[in-house]
Design a protein around this ligand. Structure first.
Ligand code: SF4
Length: 410
């Protein structure tokens, strides 16, 4: 297995098209997010959609809760860089208005639009227009009848039944262009609901932990739920529901898929040591500066920031590029080989410059570039490594002294 490649066999689902983005089948797993602007604010919403697309979002959802929002969608759709999904909750007329606005997909919550004739009418119009629908079951807004029937509790079975009831209405009008989500704020509940749903249907599944909350807890909950399912081969599109700037949702979704080897790397994968008593720099601050400097630059390399030259280059030898601090210097290394030494205050600039060079010209060109500097860089790294190892002592825990003391206690 190649480093960074996925080894999770994916469950087979049928494929639908959301605008020009395929979802399901063998299509890449996509990242979704949702705008938090008023949809009637066309320019503000478009700005957020562009920011989301830049951050790696493939599909964006906007609320369509009032007629002004539907009017906004009519103006947003033709200017959006990614397909637009209209989020519909209580009023089926908003779904019809959103279809009229030209959206690429609808999201219906079966717990909120309950009249069969309304559901079937929306499905019929969506079918006529060739627009798919996501059945978005939400544990918090389950149909009251289902809630009662399942013992007054939100259960995985109740959530799956909700999706199947909606599917049955769609079947009546011959509408099959469907993806489904069964989100809950409880991670174990959503995991089990998706497992059962995946066994029951072959529609593409949209994964998410709803109302996951602010970071870092929300990020951890969403990752726990989504990653568990992806590792089981379940899921065709994902959304992090964070109480945060939606751009963070898109970044998180993209980062998860890249980390699991399910999408190709788009931006820098910044790794950094956690720091320890050996650190020669403020690793947290330098890593933050590096993250900011790389921003959304499309440089698909793994770049390491390491706190000391004693262990840094070795621990990050698989990174494409890295820098380790030592004796007020930054020791640059490419795939574990020292290539240059820069002053400590130029570490971040050097990382960005070398990463850009490698991205433009390749690793071989980087080694060629380092031909005149690498021998000196290696010697300086050796010297600083030896000096620092001596300064801190090879044995940072002073084990022998401790052992002596413990023996005396015996
Ligand atoms: S690279 Fe150095 S500073 Fe960072 S955790 Fe490892 S030993 Fe500590």
């Amino acid at each position: 297995m190649e480093l960074g490649q996925s080894s999770y066999p994916r469950r087979k689902t049928r494929q639908i098209m959301v605008g020009d983005v395929p979802v399901g089948g063998d299509a890449p797993i996509t990242v979704q997010s949702m705008t938090i602007t008023k949809t009637a604010d066309v320019d503000g919403t478009l700005q957020q959609i562009y920011d989301l697309a830049m951050a790696g979002c493939d599909i964006v959802r906007c609320t369509c809760n009032e007629i002004e929002a539907a009017e906004g969608l009519a103006r947003i759709v033709p200017r959006s860089p990614v397909p637009i999904v209209a989020d519909i909750h209580h009023n089926h007329r908003m779904a019809l208005a959103a279809l009229e606005a030209g959206v690429h997909c609808l999201r219906l919550n079966p717990g909120n639009i309950r009249k069969p004739e309304h559901i079937k009418l929306v499905a019929q119009v969506a079918k006529d227009r060739g627009v798919p629908i996501r059945i978005g079951v939400n544990g918090g807004s389950l149909h009251p009848d289902l809630y009662k029937r399942h013992g007054g509790k939100v259960t995985p079975e109740a959530m799956v039944e909700s999706a199947q009831m909606e599917l049955a209405y769609f079947d009546e009008v011959g509408f099959e262009d469907v993806k489904i989500s069964v989100k809950a704020s409880s991670v174990p509940l959503m995991i089990e609901a998706y497992r059962q749903l995946s066994d029951a249907v072959d529609h593409p599944l949209h994964l998410g932990v709803t109302e996951a909350g602010p970071m870092p807890g929300g990020l951890i909950k969403a990752t726990a739920g989504i990653a568990t399912l992806l590792a089981e081969g379940i899921g065709d599109t994902i959304r992090y529901s964070l109480t945060a700037d939606p751009v963070e949702e898109a970044r998180a979704g993209r980062a998860l898929l890249e980390a699991m080897g399910l999408r190709e790397r788009k931006n820098v994968d910044l790794i950094a040591c956690p720091s320890c008593g050996r650190a020669e720099i403020d690793v947290i601050e330098v890593a933050r500066q590096a993250q900011e400097a790389f921003g959304e630059r499309e440089i698909p390399l793994q770049v390491a920031v390491m706190g000391c030259v004693v262990n840094g280059p070795g621990e990050a030898r698989d990174a494409d590029l890295g820098i380790a601090a030592g004796n007020k210097k930054g020791h640059l290394f490419v795939r574990g080989q020292n290539v240059a030494v820069v002053p400590e205050d130029q570490m971040v600039d050097a990382l960005v410059e070398w990463a850009t060079f490698i991205n433009d010209h390749g690793l071989d060109a980087a080694f060629e570039r380092a031909r005149s500097t690498r021998e000196q860089a290696r010697r300086e790294a050796e010297r600083d490594r030896a000096a620092l190892a001596g300064a801190h002592g090879d044995d940072v825990n002073r084990s022998e002294q401790r052992v002596e003391l413990i023996r005396k206690m015996g």
